[in-house]
Design a protein around this ligand. Sequence first.
Ligand code: F6R
Length: 608
Amino acid sequence: MCGIVGFVGKRGASPVLIEGLSKLEYRGYDSAGVAILDGDKLNVTKCKGRLANLEEKLKESPLVGSVGIGHTRWATHGEPSDLNSHPHTNEDGTISVVHNGIIENYIHIREWLISKGYKFVSETDTEVIPHLVDYYYNGDLIDAVMKAAAKMEGSYAIGVVCSKEPDKVVAVRKDSPLIVGLGKGENFIASDIPAILNHTRDIYLLNDNEFVVLTEQGVKLLTAEGDEIKRDIYHVTWNADAAEKGGFEHFMIKEIHEQPKAIKDTMTSRIMPGKPVTLDDITITKEQIANIDKIYIVACGTAYHAGVVGKYAIEKLARIPVEVDIASEFRYRDPIINERTLMIVVSQSGETADTLAALREAKAHGARVIAVTNVVGSSVSREADDILYTWAGPEIAVASTKAYVTQLIAMYIIALFFAENKNSVNSEEIEKIKAAMLELPEKAEEVLKHKEVLQKFASKTYMHKDMFFLGRGLDYAVAMEGSLKVKEISYIHSEAYAGGELKHGPIALIEKGTVVIALATQLGLFDKMVSNVKEVKTRGANVLGIAYEGHTEIEKTVDAALYIPRTHDILAPVISVIPLQLASYYMAVQKGCDVDKPRNLAKSVTVE
Ligand code: F6R
């Protein structure tokens, strides 16, 4: 989704804004722009397409000035075009605005402003903001932005500059991410930390409906009533390098290789042999756990797929019924929620609009909420009752990989924590699972060595139009994730099916040469899965089978086999997803796709 950067300081704003926006490219965008104050002159440059187009324009006609705002736009209202790009300005060009989110009542505001004589040039919802600020402006920018915000419904992170107050940037957030960076003699706003990490590690995390006035001298945080807010500084401990490619061709392949470490970091100090699961940010008591009669795991996309594994793990170990829901459906289906319900929301970014809305829905009905998220201080982490951070480090590639495996680890941790509190599994079994978990980083490292098989597979299949992923039990959950990876980065239509479901329809699509990836890790289901593979082989499919080392009998049925190290069956998804990530990566590379920034996708989906 859109990215925002704002800067006030002594040096030229243009390179700071461009560098910041380049660090937000991962969020997805289709146009970019900056507005920079040169004394009391406000200059705007913006255009459709990549940031490189904007840089080219700025090279031809540089913008001077040390106060400015920048934006990468992911089109929602109005096609990607120069005109619809941000920043948007008022009619006399004295006020400029960048915005992430959706102003839901913009049609009403637009008509009202038109009735007052305002003229619009773009199709965007955002354009109402500079006109609204203009309408309320009476020599005090923050006052005008507050009045404008009071009129707006929807979600927004907004940065505003005004040539009549050329020393400042004013900002506000509601349901859209925005942070403040605190430098020496210079200050920043940004949609995400990597945008400012080369300049400062000290930040303020903003809450909804908080306003910011950024000047060279300092930062003022204000409530909507104008009262000053005291906020603790959050010091970022991770390194800017963590958000760089570090010698890899793409962020995605770098992040795939970071998985062994991410898995380890997520378990550190939580999973220890012979000790109960230790969770710092979870305060739910034994009695409260005993009282839960239903769990909803709610998430979107890849995080939803982690939730499907979570359902298996929690039901098997903690014996509590779990329903997994797609967040955008959950909020509209009138689910049964009460004080005995627990919701687990899973979100890498912690800012996904639908997931956040589901969380609020659950809380409004009295449920307790645990947030599993990767981003410290994100909206879901602040609104949930308990937090389990996945320590994956910044995930820049749009396609989620390391965040997913750490979400799986989080699911196992929660399942074990509940099982220990409920005594639902004997301690030997719990210890067995913990020991197997601690071996996962090494095993993930091992799988990363099997790249050649997958490169070969990718080079034979990347031109195919369709693909199938099959699995049973937990393998089916992983199949769904593999299928999503192939769709989003390789642009190959793909379907994931539970092996037993094939005969009920989809087998009609299998013909000579159809590519099938069949997962057969789950021991109790191995023979059944082999039968399903035979069904597609008989109809001419070209099958890559994935099984545990030693299960060479699969070779009799498939065209190529890839073996993964043996682990506890319940943990297999952490290992078996890695070949699927690699296969989709190599197919995307072979096809020449933009691996890290796939078309039409955004990293953080902050609108509904
Ligand atoms: C796919 C992917 C998306 C996200 C989904 C939820 O690779 O990354 O499907 O998983 O948009 O995002 P978060 O986890 O940030 O809520």
